[in-house]
Design a protein around this ligand. Structure first.
Ligand code: MRU
Length: 353
């Protein structure tokens, strides 16, 4: 049996390469994958060895640095041109998580603004990737600690439902939604987590429950279609989920199934929170209708393991994310505190790109 991991570090920078926990193999196998090039990083993001919006952003930043190291040109302008090609490759991996684009833009900005030789630009890029990595960990801890402050006060300890995995695995560590849950557990406010299994890729069943088990946080796994029933029975006090992209008006894209969960929460008067860093807010777009939604291979829905679960001749639709309208969200928990979805504007100047 696999021994428990005391601290989950999904991304490690060590000896000029990135080490990633292969999230496609959990919970059965704990395997570390070495990433030595920008191309390997792009593949790891696309195939979801690393996944979750903030973790994708951190990985892309290292991918940009690895790509910069691969360019053997000393002329600054030609170097910057080739670096743009590295950015193009990384941008093509997953369309919805805006942290990917945010991190790449931040890296390109540093490259363009660093005076001096190509070597100096490369050094600045590595520093920036390490900063993005370290900042995300601290940001998650702040989201967790601030988020706990607005959870409902109930006579009994809280049961919190979450969807997908917005935990340490999905970030540089600690997690966003699961970070709030971690902080609530640390503060003695949590009774248990309800984890939605999260069809079709089962991040809730495979990853969220795994993280809870590593830290002895009580967790009950339910399938996605059980949430309404659990709420009706009074089993859920709050829902906290992560986000892949939040539009300026607060509409939030997150893992498919989040939207229906928000509707169900509204119907049962259960507060529905989104926990996310400012890097997940896309101020360039006004509302959720402009958020690109990734569509993935139909195999994810017509197969369970290697077994086909429906006859030939059926058509498929496999959107990986949906958009929850702002009006269904009680609050957006950020590293600067929790605000109503309509109050995000105040954070525009704080975004560090
Ligand atoms: O397809 P995934 O597994 O990358 O989707 C992950 C989610 O939807 C998370 O909830 C989101 O990225 C926030 S992670 C802190």
């Amino acid at each position: 049996m696999m021994s428990k991991i005391t601290e989950v570090n999904p991304i490690i920078w060590e000896n000029d390469r990135v080490l990633l926990i292969d999230q496609t193999r959990l919970p059965g196998e704990y395997k570390i994958v070495e990433i030595n090039s920008s191309e390997e990083m792009a593949r790891a993001i696309k195939t979801m060895i690393v996944r979750g919006a903030p973790a994708i952003g951190v990985s892309a930043a290292y991918g940009m640095y690895l790509g910069a190291k691969e360019i053997s040109i000393t002329d600054r302008n030609s170097f910057l041109k080739q670096l743009e090609e590295v950015a193009v490759r990384l941008r093509q991996t997953r369309p919805t998580a805006v942290n990917l684009f945010w991190a790449i833009e931040r890296m390109l900005k540093v490259a363009n603004q660093t005076n001096g030789s190509v070597e100096e630009i490369q050094t600045a890029l590595l520093e920036t990737a390490k900063n993005i990595h370290a900042e995300d960990l601290q940001t998650c801890k702040n989201i967790g600690d601030r988020g706990v402050e607005v959870l409902p006060t109930t006579p009994e300890k809280l049961n919190i439902l979450t969807h997908c995995n917005a935990g340490a695995l999905a970030t540089a560590g600690y997690g966003t939604a699961l970070g709030v849950i971690r902080s609530a557990w640390r503060d003695g406010r949590l009774a248990k987590v309800y984890a939605d299994e999260t069809r079709p890729r089962l991040q809730g069943a495979k990853l969220t429950t795994w993280e809870c088990v590593q830290e002895n946080i009580p967790v009950t796994l339910i399938s996605d279609n059980m949430a309404a029933h659990c709420m009706k029975q009074g089993l859920i006090h709050a829902v906290v989920v992560g986000a892949d992209r939040i539009a300026a008006n607060g509409d939030t894209a997150n893992k498919i199934g989040t939207y229906s969960l928000a509707i169900v929460a509204k119907a049962h008067n259960v507060p529905f929170f989104v926990a996310a860093p400012l890097s997940t807010i896309d101020f360039k777009i006004f509302d959720g209708s402009q958020i690109p939604i990734e569509e993935r291979d139909a195999k994810e829905i017509y197969q369970v393991g290697e077994t086909r679960i429906c006859p030939e001749g059926v058509e498929f639709y496999n959107p990986a994310f949906d958009v929850t309208p702002a009006e269904l969200i009680a609050g957006i928990m950020t590293e600067y505190g929790t605000v109503a979805p309509g109050e995000l504007e105040q954070f525009r100047v704080k975004q560090s790109v």
